[in-house]
Design a binder for this molecule. Structure first.
Ligand code: GLV
Ligand code: MN
Ligand code: MN
Length: 423
């Protein structure tokens, strides 16, 4: 692994790692033998406690705090010309069930430490520098990811957003109000020129940096995600008495649908086309009852949205055949179908320059995971800084990033924010 002796900004790595560890303790997950399991779903008690703790850290630095109607939280260090569009950084602190402690959190606490390091060095920003904690990057609770950044960028209709329901049929409108975030969701929207630049620090969530022994990745573009929900309706009944020739088993049809999705995704031959059916709700969900209804959630992504759509077309042709053959009804609901985002060549080059100044070789790369940066790109020129994570593992309790890589990524972020703040 490449190291450097030219880090100029004083990153307090011990404090940053201690804060990441403290944050990981705001969790709903049972202790896990395979690492620190973190479950922190948006607007649960743990999420709210974590937010309050983070606000305390930012207030200790005298950063001004603002919260919007969906809970996006802004920590602003005022520049000498506070009316200029600010430079922003940030990420998310929500975590999918049974996840690790680095996804998103490195960008939030690393962003905070980057600002503190700039402050400690005596740096005076011309543009304000703002840390943003974005609400519900993960789709766990309301079925759609990046709620906060979608609303900020005008990508999600506020009325539709407020009507989104969680697994207990509670609407976002109700849940956010109970969490103390009131006002109309329209008010969360920011003007396209609101920020001068946006830079997000994140673990790679893939294996390439570690494999190549490189400490920093600079993201040049983010693949386009789409989400679909399929409802398969068959005919239920007694598992002993319902004769096999008479069955319309919704789960058997769902199994064929899942394999059709996998087959057509692989058939593209493209490494960038990925599809996952990550949930399968079976009704009534009893061992001695033939499944009458199944709901599947599909996550499909590609750097090329046209190719992504061609997979969906092929799957739809299979669905038509499957409905007739298995005498089930399959309905498709589109959750989201997003465009890819390109990073700003200027910010990418600026980060590369910072890396060179630090004596580092950076890898330019595509992000196959999505991030709030996908939507921040609609508000500002963006880029992302990736650091390696062990084995490329993410969304698992054994997710791990080395303290020295976190520190280095934070240092690169700090330098990049510093340069952007004087432009
Ligand atoms: C973000 O968590 C993603 O699923 O890419
Ligand atoms: Mn994630
Ligand atoms: Mn993330």
């Amino acid at each position: 692994m490449q190291t450097t002796t030219e880090i100029t900004l004083p990153i307090d790595a011990d404090r940053l790692i201690a804060e990441l560890t403290t944050l990981s303790q705001f969790t709903d997950a049972e202790p896990s033998p395979d690492g620190t399991a973190v479950t922190r779903v948006v607007f649960t008690a743990d999420d709210l406690r974590a937010r309050a703790w983070l606000k305390g850290l930012a207030q200790a630095e005298s950063f001004a705090v603002r919260e919007d109607a969906v809970g996006n939280t802004f920590f602003r260090w005022a520049g000498s010309q506070p009316d200029l569009p600010a430079v922003a950084t940030g990420s998310h602190i929500d975590a999918i069930p049974h996840a690790g402690m680095y996804d998103g959190t490195v960008g939030v606490l690393g962003g905070l430490e980057a600002m503190r390091a700039l402050k400690r060095s005596g740096f005076q920003p011309r543009r304000s520098i703002e840390l943003v904690l974005l609400t519900s990057e993960e789709p766990t609770r309301f079925g759609i990811g990046c709620l906060g950044s979608r609303l900020m960028s005008g990508t999600l209709d506020p009325t539709r957003a407020d009507g989104l329901i969680d697994a207990t049929e509670k609407k976002l409108a109700e849940v956010r109000t109970a969490a103390g975030f009131t006002g109309t969701l329209e008010s969360a929207r920011l003007a396209p020129c609101h920020y001068h630049a946006w830079v997000e620090l994140h673990i790679e969530q893939g294996p390439l940096l570690e494999r190549e022994g490189l400490p920093i990745g600079i993201v040049t573009g983010i693949a386009a995600p789409a989400g679909y929900r399929f409802t398969i309706e068959g005919f239920g009944g007694h598992a002993g008495a319902l004769l096999m020739p008479d069955r319309k088993d919704a789960l058997c049809a769902a199994a064929e649908l899942i394999l059709s999705i996998e087959r057509h995704t692989l058939a593209t031959g493209a490494i960038d086309t990925v599809a996952t059916v990550g949930t399968c709700d079976v009704h009534p969900g009893a061992v001695n009852s033939v499944p009458s209804r199944v709901i599947l959630q599909l996550d499909i992504r590609d750097t090329d949205p046209t190719r992504r759509e061609s997979v969906m077309q092929a799957v739809r042709a299979d669905i038509a055949e499957l409905q007739t053959r298995r005498k089930v009804k399959i309905s498709e609901t589109l959750v989201n179908a997003d465009e890819p985002a390109m990073c700003s060549p200027h910010i990418v080059e600026l980060i590369d320059q910072v890396c060179r100044e630090h004596g580092l070789t950076a890898k330019r790369m595509v992000s196959r995971a999505y991030h709030d940066s996908l939507f921040m790109a609609r508000l500002a020129p963006i880029a992302m800084i990736f650091i390696p994570c062990r084995g490329g593992v993410s969304h698992r309790p054994d997710e791990f990033a080395k303290p020295e890589d976190i520190s280095l990524g934070t240092s690169v972020l700090a330098s990049a924010l510093g340069k952007l703040a004087v432009e």
